[in-house]
Design a protein around this ligand. Sequence first.
Ligand SMILES: C[S@@+](CC[C@H](N)C(=O)[O-])C[C@H]1O[C@@H](n2cnc3c(N)ncnc32)[C@H](O)[C@@H]1O
Length: 208
Amino acid sequence: METNRSIEFFDRQFRRQIDAREFELNPFEQLALPHLSGMVLDFGSGLGNLAIAAARSGCSVVALDASSTAIEHIRDVAAHDALPVTAAVADLGTYRIVDRFDSVVSIGLLMFLDCPTAWRQLEQIKDCVRPGGVAALNVLVAGTSYMDMFAPEGHCLFRPDDVLARFDGWQVLVDTRQDFPAPGGTTKSFMTIVARNSGCTDGSTPPC
Ligand SMILES: C[S@@+](CC[C@H](N)C(=O)[O-])C[C@H]1O[C@@H](n2cnc3c(N)ncnc32)[C@H](O)[C@@H]1O
């Protein structure tokens, strides 16, 4: 697949983390993990720390990311520890999700897509969550001033209210905003939302 500045940035970072054996869950992954169950899709898994932790806690996981370094690492760990994780390299700007999942997590991915693409992929993420299942989403939001990670092709800084509006009708379990200092006195502003798909196609309440 084609790479860009963002994908190359993370591929280099993942090589350094593998060499240093740095595999801790980041704060957003820690927030999401307790909400994951059943069949899990990790859309933009990075090194797969969350995918692997979810598999260790009994989930079956599909992990997708553009970084071949990350995907190879996830496959190695899953094979070594006999974990139910399928990992594949994918361009998640164009990827079509065909299966349905109990939990879908996308942490730190969608802001690397241009806004129309990011919103389209968010709709796909929501659509593939089974009734009663959860979506866990983390994105950079307006107010972020650290731009070095972004490719010139495009990026998206979300407005939290717009994200929440997309989850209208869902039960919001977590809604947090966190600011982190970044190089050069800049800021990264994140929103993390975990929401349950409370809709059943027949109008009943989950489990449908
Ligand atoms: C901030 S990292 C987050 C990774 C992981 N979810 C985590 O929390 O550590 C962003 C991830 O998005 C991936 N990524 C960026 N653009 C992508 C694209 N177009 N297709 C697939 N993955 C992409 C990068 O390879 C990287 O793994």
